[in-house]
Each structure stands twice: as C-alpha cells, then as structure tokens.
Design a binder for this molecule. Structure first.
Ligand SMILES: Nc1nc2c(ncn2[C@@H]2O[C@H](COP(=O)(O)OP(=O)(O)OP(=O)(O)O)[C@@H](O)[C@H]2O)c(=O)[nH]1
Ligand SMILES: [Mg+2]
Length: 313
C-alpha cells in the first residue's frame, strides 16, 4: 500500500494533489487520512492575500514566490476563486499566471473553486491548507477575492491577512463597506506606478490614524508594483514582523483557537442544515404544513419541526 504520509512529508507533488482531492471527495480514504496528517499540522505561517478583483493579488503572489524561493523557503499556494457562473469550476487564469513556478522545487500551487459555499471559506480549503502544512511548506499563501462579507472569513484561516488595493475610483469605499479594513494586518497599495497610488496610500494612513489599527498591532501600509517586483521585499519583511508579533504576544495560539472554534461552529451549522433539509423533504412535513391551515403560526410549526429533528436518533 502506498505510504501516503511519508510521501507527503517529502513534498511529493502528486501525493499532495491526491490527498487534497481525497479530502475533498470525503471518501473512506480521505476520512482515514486526515487524522494521520494532523500531528504534522501547525508549523506553517499562513498568509491570506485578499482584495478587490484585479488589484494584482496573483501578480504579487508570483513576485513573492520568486523572492521566497531565492531565500531557500518552501511555499504552498492556494488560489480560492469565486465559483465561475459558466463551469462551476475554478477560473484557470490564476493558475496560468502563476504557472511558471509550478515546476519549481519547493512550490505547490492549487486552484480551488469555492463551490458556492456560503460564508466564504469552505471545509475543503481548510483541509487543503492542512495538507500543505503537514507537507512541511514554510509559508502558505492563500488568494481570495475580497468582495462582500463572505470573504472576510479569510481571517478564520490565516495568521496574517494582507489586503491588496490599487488606485481606482471607489476602491476605498468598496473596501470600507465590505469591512475588509477590520481584517487587515498589512496593506499593500499595488500599482504604485499608476497615478492615484500616493493618494490611496494617504487615505489608508489617515483612516488608520483614526481607527488605531488592530489591538496592539498597527498595520503597515506598503507601496508596491508587483508587476515590476517592486516592494516585494518590504512586504515580506512586514509578514515576518507580524509573525514575530503574533508569536511574542501569544496571539498566534489565541487566533488559532478562535479559528478552531469557528470551524466547529461551521460544522455544527452544516449538520443542522442537512437535518433541516432532510426533514423538509419528508412527506409527513408537507402533510403537517398542509393540515395546519393557518391555525398555527409559522413559528409554532417551526418549533414543532425542530422538536422532530431533536427527537431523531
Ligand atoms: N500597472 C500595473 N499593473 C499591474 C501591477 N500588478 C498587476 N498588474 C496588472 O493588473 C491586472 C490584474 O492583476 P492580477 O494579478 O490578475 O490581479 P488579481 O487581484 O489576482 O485579480 P483577480 O484574481 O481576478 O481578482 C493584470 O493585468 C496585471 O498585469 C502593477 O504593479 N502595476
Ligand atoms: Mg488573481
């Protein structure tokens, strides 16, 4: 039998890809593998790269990859795309753009579809992250598109959240509205080669002066031009600084236990939703609804149905 964990620990790319797929499929193999890899999970620095569409997240990741590889570090990358309305699969663009690294030693890239998961981060993303962590990658970069509340869930996954913005009308408004400001540990103003970047930088700094940042951490604002590999080393330094901050203040452990709790909550919600749907499909539920003929309030009917769920073994 194939020794999955040994091969995983050797960063065998085929094995990594296969294990991620097995966990996604949730078949018997997948379920038995997860406990085996868990003892190796917890070492990697997980960095979320988020921001509006077209801000340059993939370009930045590509630039960071070159830089980190030069430093002798190993990097896993997950690109979490919004579900494509056409195919339901992951948009391939990112994979193509970052592909020149795909064959490099010490790098693993994977595009994942979010599969319409409400709440942003799916169970599959969490598990894929664990696989990369267990494989021993030093750094894991996750790209998500920061639009709307759902993508705020990157904070339930990453140790460090980097919000990438670019000069363009309405960006600040869009981002503030979506609440992205509350999750940022580091700001990158990308496309610093374009006009408007200086203004955006000043706007963010003004805003930070007002809000004072996150607890004891004041998020740095870094100008970059990812396409021209400018600002990459400053960004990396700020990631390292944040990592140090988390470790020194005990926030590393604290954040991770909050993330664990969130995961349990998500799982619990999924169980209830499943049970609710199953009950909804039952003939007896339809009968109950039809027979009540307006004599009961909707809440009374809902409570009656909830009691049925709890009564079931
Ligand atoms: N002028 C300029 N253009 C850039 C820079 N970085 C990226 N771009 C361009 O901006 C466009 C979007 O870049 P991506 O890296 O795909 O942006 P993204 O944030 O990953 O986009 P999505 O994944 O679609 O949300 C591309 O055409 C890039 O070439 C930069 O520093 N300066
Ligand atoms: Mg992208």
């Amino acid at each position: 039998m194939k020794n999955w964990v040994t091969l995983l620990r050797q960063k065998d790319k085929r094995t990594i890809a296969q294990i991620i797929t097995k966990l996604e499929n949730q078949d018997e193999d997948g379920r038995s593998l997860l406990p085996e890899i868990l003892p190796y999970v917890g070492r990697a620095h997980v960095i979320g790269i988020t921001g509006p569409p077209g801000a340059g997240k993939s370009t930045l990741i590509s630039s960071l990859l070159s830089y980190l590889l030069e430093q002798g570090l190993t990097v896993g990358v997950l690109a979490v795309d919004p579900t494509s309305p056409f195919s339901g699969g992951a948009i391939l663009g990112d994979r193509v753009r970052m592909n020149r690294h795909a064959t490099d030693e010490g790098v693993f890239l994977r595009s994942m579809a979010n599969r319409g998961n409400v709440g942003g981060i799916s169970k599959h993303t969490r598990n894929a992250l664990r696989v990369l962590d267990a494989a021993g990658f030093d750094i894991i970069l996750i790209e998500t598109v920061g639009v709307g509340q759902s993508e705020l869930s990157i904070m339930h996954l990453a140790d460090t959240v980097c919000v990438v913005l670019h000069p363009g009308a309405g960006d600040m408004i869009q981002v503030t509205k979506a609440g992205v400001m509350e999750i940022a540990d580091i700001y990158v103003v990308n496309k610093a080669d374009l006009t408007g970047a200086t203004r955006l930088l000043a706007e963010i700094e003004d805003m930070l002066e007002l809000t004072g940042g996150k607890e004891d951490w004041l998020p740095p604002v870094i100008a970059a031009s990812a396409q021209h590999h400018q600002g990459t080393s400053d960004i990396w330094k700020s990631f390292q600084k944040h990592h140090q901050f988390l470790k020194q203040t005990g926030s590393w452990e604290k954040q991770r236990s909050v993330q664990r709790l969130q995961e349990v909550k998500d799982e619990l919600q999924a169980i209830f939703e499943q049970k609710c749907q199953a009950l909804w499909n039952e003939e007896s539920t339809k009968q109950l609804l039809l027979s009540s003929k307006g004599q009961k309030t909707s809440q009374e009917i809902a409570i009656e149905l909830a009691k049925k769920i709890f009564a079931k073994k």
